[in-house]
Design a protein around this ligand. Structure first.
Ligand code: FES
Length: 164
């Protein structure tokens, strides 16, 4: 008898979950795909949060503690940033060509934070991702989970200024 594992649904209709799911599917949802999958989460979202880790654990049939253990053991994985707001600038090829570097530099200059860092007042974390799944909207920024396409440095800085 074949036991069919039930996999959790994608956490939302955010296209980035499809990128993560594709990595797991390519590996037959096998447990050995864990590290590659966590890389895929970080490439798409810029960091790993509990939602992502629960989704990966459920999909690969691993315990949440195992996924947390691996995510926290390897320094190259970034856990959810501590800032009240998270600004993820996509620096994948399509976005890079359309000026993503200028966006990162503008934010760095204004807030004195580098990618992966949070401002000392805890207001803003800056992150980069390798592709947020919206190349047609390059350069793309994900601000507090909301996709913002065709961004200029001026537009991004204006949005960041308005945050509490
Ligand atoms: S490279 Fe930026 S959305 Fe794909």
């Amino acid at each position: 008898m074949t036991l069919l594992q039930t996999r959790p649904p994608l956490p939302s209709d955010d296209k980035r979950w499809k990128l993560v799911n594709a990595t797991m599917r390519r590996n037959g949802y096998a447990g050995h795909a864990l590290i590659e999958t966590l890389h895929s989460v970080q490439d798409a979202f810029g960091f790993l949060d509990e939602t992502a880790m629960r989704f990966v654990a459920g999909s690969l049939d691993l315990s949440l503690s195992k996924v947390y253990g691996v995510a926290t053991f390897y320094h190259l994985f970034l856990l959810k940033p501590k800032g009240r707001h998270a600004c993820v600038v996509c620096t994948g090829t399509a976005c890079y060509i359309k000026g993503a570097r200028g966006l990162v530099e503008a934010i760095q200059e204004r807030y004195a934070v580098r990618p992966g860092e949070t401002t000392p007042d805890g207001r803003l974390s800056l992150l980069t991702a390798r592709c947020v799944g919206s190349c047609g909207l390059a350069p793309a920024v994900v601000l507090d989970g909301a996709m913002q396409g065709n961004q200029t440095a001026g537009q991004v800085l204006a949005k960041l200024e308005r945050l509490d």
